[in-house]
Design a protein around this ligand. Structure first.
Ligand SMILES: Cc1ncc(COP(=O)(O)O)c(C=O)c1O
Length: 361
């Protein structure tokens, strides 16, 4: 391989997985955030309705898709001022996260800042571009450096931490002084529990200027569309135009039926509310059971994970849970700062969550 990438972290979970799978009543796999609930019928109908379109889809997405994204951001998250041309569909958000530094021209000698404990693909994207990676949650840690790009992720995977408006505004001001692009990964924005997550594109954060700002959205979690690969990026029209130009050349195109499904997903607020309800219903008993069995849960005020610790090495906790037939991801997957936590996902059926709760008792 021409770039040295980290080992794929999930491979190292094989032994714990085998142990958890040996439980007589089966494994409760809470190690990955993959949706398990049905794809809403309206979305499936929309997908099927354009299954007989033989021509190429457009990289920029249909006008209806871009309008639906803008309307959903306004209705659901109070985002204003997005231009229709400044929405660009992506093949899920992971590919965009992995290629964004490269697509925006980052290269050797450039710095990409990612959260201290973070979704692993931010680091991968910087490495694919040949850029240098720094992990930082605070601006003072960065001193006089002028990063090319800075990632935010609120609500966070894996910690569930939500960044407040003040924090976001400070980052935006700091980045503007340095010509740093701020990219906010907002794939859990609709899943706030004890805090109300705010988009970087909310007027209270950017003060009416979108230059240098991008928000990355995904329909995987909010609409159970992980298998469809459906996301979009929006914000600064100039940056989005740059991305569009390259992605057209590179064939990074969302299939036409998926574009139609995205319109349905972005329009259906009832389906989103129902899904939120399911996750809320699973979160509370699991949280209580973890606490009652000696865990402390940090952050986790939003998103799909309980960032949990028994104040011991993460792998010891993974093992403790595996003995009870429960599989969790060690915090080390997300950076050295995660070494004493495990990430426990809410993405399992009601029956499996109830089983986990019983086993923790
Ligand atoms: C923080 C974060 N960003 C992006 C993604 C990628 O999601 P997708 O590619 O399904 O849109 C995930 C998936 O778990 C994630 O947790």
């Amino acid at each position: 391989m021409s770039v040295a990438l980290p080992d794929f972290p999930w491979d190292s979970l094989a032994a714990a997985k085998a142990k958890a799978q040996a439980h007589p009543d089966g494994v409760v796999d809470l190690s990955v955030g993959t949706p398990v609930d049905p794809v809403p019928a309206g979305i499936r109908d929309a997908l099927a309705s354009v299954s007989d379109v033989p021509g190429y889809p457009t990289t920029h997405g249909t006008p209806a898709l871009r309008a639906a994204a803008i309307d959903a951001l306004r209705r659901r998250h109070g985002v204003e001022g997005i231009e229709p041309d400044a929405v660009l569909p992506t093949i899920g958000s992971k590919e965009l996260v992995a290629w964004l530094p490269r697509l925006l021209g980052a290269g050797p000698g450039d710095l990409v800042v990612i959260p201290e404990v973070a979704y692993p693909t931010y680091e991968v994207g910087a490495l694919l571009a040949g850029a240098t990676v720094a992990r930082a949650d605070g601006l003072t840690q960065l001193g006089p450096q002028r990063p090319k790009l800075l990632w935010l992720n609120s609500p966070s995977n894996p910690t569930g931490r939500v960044l407040g408006v003040e924090h976001l505004r400070k980052v935006v001001d700091w980045a503007r002084e340095r010509g740093t692009i701020v990219v906010s990964d907002e794939c859990y924005l609709a899943l706030g529990w004890d805090a109300e997550p705010v988009s970087i594109l909310h007027p209270s954060v950017h003060g009416g200027r979108l230059d240098g700002l991008l928000a990355v959205h995904s329909l995987s979690k909010s609409a159970n569309l992980a298998s469809y690969r459906a996301g979009f990026v929006t914000g600064d029209p100039k940056l989005v135009a740059e991305l569009l130009a390259i992605r057209k050349h590179a064939g990074m195109i969302v299939p036409r039926p998926v574009q139609e499904a995205m319109v349905a997903a972005l329009t259906d607020d009832e389906a989103l509310a129902a899904q939120r309800e399911r996750y809320a219903r699973r979160r509370e008993p699991l949280r209580k059971a973890l606490k009652d069995s000696g865990f402390r849960i940090d952050h986790s005020e939003a998103g799909l994970y309980l960032w949990s610790t028994r104040d011991e090495d993460a792998w010891q906790t993974v093992d403790w849970l595996a003995e009870r037939g429960i599989l969790a991801a060690p915090g080390t997957f997300y950076g050295p700062g995660g070494g004493r936590h495990v990430r426990i996902a809410l993405t399992a059926t009601d029956e499996r969550i109830e089983t986990a709760v019983r086993r923790l008792k």
